[in-house]
Design a protein around this ligand. Structure first.
Ligand SMILES: C[S@@+](CC[C@H](N)C(=O)[O-])C[C@H]1O[C@@H](n2cnc3c(N)ncnc32)[C@H](O)[C@@H]1O
Length: 659
């Protein structure tokens, strides 16, 4: 007879209690229930306070089933290879079943943790069915591939089903047979796929996709020729409405779990403040800035994906040879997770058409002259060409495109570049600025030590919220101009300014001052803080250019607040905070909680750190933060970057008045 080992109270694993209340009566009730099940299904049941002791004492090479919580399953799995586990407890989970040769999932096992026999019987019937299964299957198809244990191994190829997209765009998948969670690159929600495990982490594994086995109904043909190889547009082959749904879901989950604002029921708390995502009207050509890199090592993936993600070769991830170009020169985008390998590209569908034409001309010129203009080698730090940045603005009079080309080199040798500049000037009247930034540092960045203007002006222009902005090569400007218009309008509306020029706005992480300046006409005064000195200079110039006198911009590191920070400005009514991806420093959060502005509008490009900060601002806690200072009013996701994992959010918090 099969042995069903039953774990009860008092185990060394605190999570492994069988009942939620943990009292003796409910344990007995559970034991009684399982006793009835075992009689009905003819299992032998053993009870013990220590599952390890049971296994050591009674397993003796026989197959056994253990009923316990999922935490205990993990511990057991590491110790014993011939144990079948199912979960039972206050928190039901997907159940892995393991025998010596293969793994099975127990259908319906997540249905209930109740001690009701009727509900539990199907689970254990499944267990019993699987008991016979291994022999039957192994006889019929001995070569059939399958996971050999609950924990997949590094290098193992495994069949997955993708359920959703995680933040950063990787698919959240489950191993078909066991339910084990695997984060898989390029997996799309709803598809079945074959993947190779690359990394094992605690409780989950990471993989990359080898092949789509069955395509999701929302899969579409990806228009970009580099899709699948380039790390940028991971979800170009997912219908846009489905991308939006996934992004909305991610924000929802992060706000609910990390932010601790409750799981949404249709009329539950998260649902009530989470607003529907605002789509981006332009699905392509929306980026006003693209940065490409030169390199000495081309990355040409052997496996290229077709439009719906079919792999044609399993030798992923790379070969470094290319037939079409010399091996020691490449211009394109960094290969995924490789700082030294460049994926040569022909165009990028996210940038403006004219920017693509310019890119092609620069590329052709540089490849043809690669002996005179060698690419910079990030290992030896030799070579000349480092980065190519193309920025698109608009002419303030005609509204037509204005292009800036910024070539980043390791030394200043204008004679080498001038023929390229001349050829671009002849061909592209839209190019109004060609600058050469010289970066001598060994870091892989386009930030430079000096800037030389080789053609036109030092800046291009753009119109946003009725204001004119000058953008220099290194200053921050929102990369999707038309959607920034929507975002800034939203920030202004949600800041609920009275509009009578009586209120003070504190604009934190203000960049070139775009948000604060667009609201200045309704405010008494705007105080903007920003770390990058050039951006502060641009912000001041932008204020002047637009005749705005009630805005002050100050260079400051908001991660290192000094005690008298507040003395620089009067008590603000509204705080706009727009930090970069790491979110706000705890010191700044503490400062805001003490400052007590009437409303905070938090603009975020990273919903994960945003949810963390909202939690601290509203629930307090960590580091003695005051609870109940702010309440969350709304979270509005905005899609600024279709086909990429990026999500922008505008969140509104209102001060809770002290009684
Ligand atoms: C997401 S951008 C927002 C810029 C601006 N609000 C806009 O919409 O154009 C974040 C800005 O924060 C600045 N920043 C990053 N770390 C900072 C820090 N520690 N102190 C002050 N500013 C910082 C960056 O330079 C960047 O301009």
């Amino acid at each position: 007879m099969a042995r069903l080992l039953l774990l009860v109270h008092g185990t060394p694993y605190p999570h492994a209690q069988l009942t939620s209340s943990g009292d003796r009566n409910s344990a007995l009730a559970t034991r009684d229930t399982l006793g009835r099940i075992s009689r009905q299904l003819q299992f032998e049941v053993s009870l013990s306070v220590s599952v390890i002791r049971i296994l050591q004492g009674t397993l003796a090479g026989r197959q056994a089933w253990v009923v316990c919580s999922k935490f205990a399953i993990m511990a057991l799995w590491r110790s014993f290879s011939s144990v079948c586990c199912t979960s039972f407890g206050s928190r039901p989970c997907v159940v892995p079943l393991h025998t010596r040769s293969r793994a099975f999932s127990v259908r319906n096992a997540t249905a209930s943790a109740s001690s009701d026999v009727d509900q539990l019987l199907p689970v254990f019937e499944d267990v019993k069915e699987n008991l016979q299964e291994p022999t039957r299957r192994s006889q019929s198809s001995p070569k059939e591939k399958g996971p050999s244990s609950y924990f997949p191994k590094k290098g193992q190829d495994i069949e997955l089903v993708c359920e959703s997209l995680a933040y950063k765009g990787n698919g959240v998948c489950k191993v078909v047979e066991t339910g084990f969670v695997v984060l898989c690159e390029r997996a799309l929600p709803g598809e079945r796929l074959l993947a190779r495990i690359v990394k094992k982490k605690r409780g989950f594994a990471e993989a990359y996709k080898l092949k789509t086995l069955s395509v999701h109904h929302n899969a579409v043909a990806a228009p970009c020729q580099h899709f699948g190889d380039c790390g940028g547009c991971k979800t170009q082959n997912l219908a846009y409405h489905a991308q939006l749904h996934e992004k909305e879901q991610q924000v929802h989950d992060l706000i609910a779990r990390t932010g601790r604002f409750g799981i949404s029921q249709p009329d539950g708390p998260t649902g009530s403040y989470l607003k529907p995502i605002v789509p981006c009207p332009m699905e392509f050509h929306y980026r006003n800035k693209m940065e490409f890199s030169f390199g000495t090592q081309q990355w040409v993936p052997a496996e290229s994906y077709s439009s719906v993600g079919q792999a044609n070769d399993e030798e992923y991830p790379e070969v470094t040879k290319s037939e079409s170009y010399s091996e020691d020169f490449a211009l394109g985008l960094h290969a995924p997770k490789r700082f030294d390998r460049i994926l040569p590209i022909n165009e990028c569908l996210l940038q403006h058409d004219v920017a693509n034409q310019i890119f092609k001309q620069v590329k052709a010129y540089c490849y043809a002259n690669s002996k005179k203009l060698p690419a910079y080698d990030v290992h030896t730090h030799k070579g000349f060409l480092r980065h190519l940045m193309i920025r698109t603005g608009s002419d303030l009079k005609t509204g037509g495109p204005q292009i800036m080309v910024n070539l980043v080199t390791s030394t200043f040798q204008p004679d080498l570049i001038q023929p390229l500049v001349t050829s671009l000037v002849d061909e592209f009247p839209q190019m109004v600025s060609f600058v050469n930034n010289v970066a001598t540092s060994v870091g892989n960045t386009s930030q430079s030590d000096e800037e030389h203007v080789l053609f036109g002006g030092r800046v291009i222009t753009e119109t946003l919220r009725g204001l004119q902005f000058e953008i220099s090569a290194n200053s921050f400007f929102q990369t999707n101009t038309s959607q920034a218009e929507v975002l800034y309008r939203m920030v202004e509306e949600q800041s609920s300014l009275k509009g009578d020029a009586s209120e003070i706005i504190l604009d934190l992480f203000c960049g070139t001052g775009t948000i604060g300046l667009s609201m200045a006409k309704k405010a008494k005064h705007v105080y903007g803080y920003e770390i990058v000195p050039e951006a502060v200079v641009d912000a001041r110039r932008n204020a002047e250019r637009n005749g705005i006198r009630n805005a002050t911009f100050i260079q400051s590191d908001l991660n290192k607040l000094i005690n008298d920070f507040h003395q620089d400005f009067p008590q603000p009514d509204i705080v706009i905070t727009d930090p970069n991806r790491p979110g706000m420093h705890l010191k700044l959060i503490k400062f805001l909680l003490n400052l007590r502005a009437r409303r905070i509008v938090y603009v975020s490009c990273n919903p994960s750190t945003c949810a963390r900060d909202l939690d601290l601002l509203c629930h307090g806690g960590e580091g003695g933060l005051e609870p109940q200072t702010y309440k969350l009013v709304s979270v509005q996701p905005v899609d600024m970057f279709p086909h990429t994992p990026h999500i922008e959010c505008v969140c509104v918090l209102d001060l809770i008045e002290r009684s």
